[in-house]
Design a protein around this ligand. Sequence first.
Ligand code: NDP
Length: 478
Amino acid sequence: NISRFTAFAEEWFILDLAPKRSSLTGPSNGIIRILFSVVYVTILLWMIVQLPSNDGANHSDAKTQRDALLTIAALAASVLVPGIFRFLVLSAGAIVAGLLPLLQVIETFSLIWVLLMIVPGSTVAGYTCSFDGKVLPYKLNGLAVLFVTVAFYYGLCTAGWKDPTYLAAHFFDAERPVDAGYQRCLTRDQVLAAPKNENGDIEDLPALLAKLPVNKNTIWALEYFNGSFFNPRVFGVDVKMALYCLGAVMLQLNILSMAALHTVNNGGVTANAVTVYVFIFTWFLIEYSYYENVHLYTYDLFAEKIGAKLVFGCLGFYPYLYCIGGIVLTIYTPNTNSAYGPTFLVFYTGWFLTRGANMQKFFYKTDPASTTVFFGKVEQKVIPGSRILYSGFWGVSRHVNYLGEIIQGVALALPGFLVLYSTEPFWLCLVPWIYPLYYVCLFIPRERDDNEICRKKYGKAWDEYCEKVPYRIVPYIY
Ligand code: NDP
């Protein structure tokens, strides 16, 4: 079991390209590794060259559906093709068997994309705008897509056509496929605040665009990582929202499959730690999909572009790394009941902070005139002359929502940790903590990035906010 973890850790590094478990051993394995690396890098470079560039223009949208499609195809292929190659080499003796886990993932992603296109959903005005100042519409059907996908696979598994343990049993095989810049999208707030002419159009669009932070990405490697376009749409589906939805649904399927595999490995019994883990993670994903409209107002939407980082992040990283605390529960037979109390307590504390802060900001952005929220319990106070909240959750620390997210991550590490703690070497007990640790690494630079952007955008009002609310994430500590 330990070797499964170490193999996973080794394979995680994308430059470690050649197969460990290949039927080839000795010097031939070394040569294959080098050849494989050359092929991989060549394909990657070719993909980068294929990317439609935004020609260094500071602010541009994907001009045509073809541009958007090409970007997505090149990025998706650059993530998936090395994976396919890897499978081919990995299973020199059994190509088909090696490809199946990847095909399963492709099948699921394709299904989700089609569902995103056809499942009805309400269409709402987003917070982000195209660079000609038009508010972008978004179709919200993520929760329905999550339910339909899970129900679909549940049906197939019940009918005996699919094996519910498949994803978890091939977890390490499927997870093969492979910095944020300072640029930002135009948002509705900025468009609303801009002076208009008599036709209601923005008077001076270039001046408005000139105020946006820019990251030119003149180096194509950076363009490849950070992306070219903010809001491409393919067949009516917003690509960025789709990527987040693909990741969330795949993560849900992985977690359910892990529970199935655990139960099979555990003689037909589902241990409490697993029930708790599946329950809170399912809560996390359902509520995330339910509040899809709140997601439209986040950094993910106005500050991230479609690039390798996001494509790889949503397809190859987020559905796999996030459930690292669950993987241990499939490998080890849990023997503790103590997971219930602390896990629920910690999780819902985190949830209260993150959801509370996000909702308070969402209520303010969508209804700036209202003076109280949460049934009149919290006043909406803003720094005079700005749209910066400093009351309620936003008065505790400047990003208490990040603190809540980290606390939720801690809760999701607890069941695995408690199970391993009593029987396994200490270093192994640390594996589930990779997830909350990743959040710490994600949120510290993200908060600093956001702080700088907000300082540029809001000027003195932001300084005043920082004086009133001096803590970045953790009150009295950081
Ligand atoms: P925020 O929701 O904090 O968004 C930051 C933006 O909100 C700022 O750029 C600014 O934008 C506005 N803002 C900041 N402070 C204030 C204030 N005091 N009053 C009013 N507006 C303010 O961060 P994110 O978008 O990064 O995160 C959103 C949620 O998503 C969080 O809960 C986070 O934890 C979660 N998340 C989860 C991840 C995961 O993998 N599970 C990954 C990333 C995020 P403007 O004024 O321009 O509107």
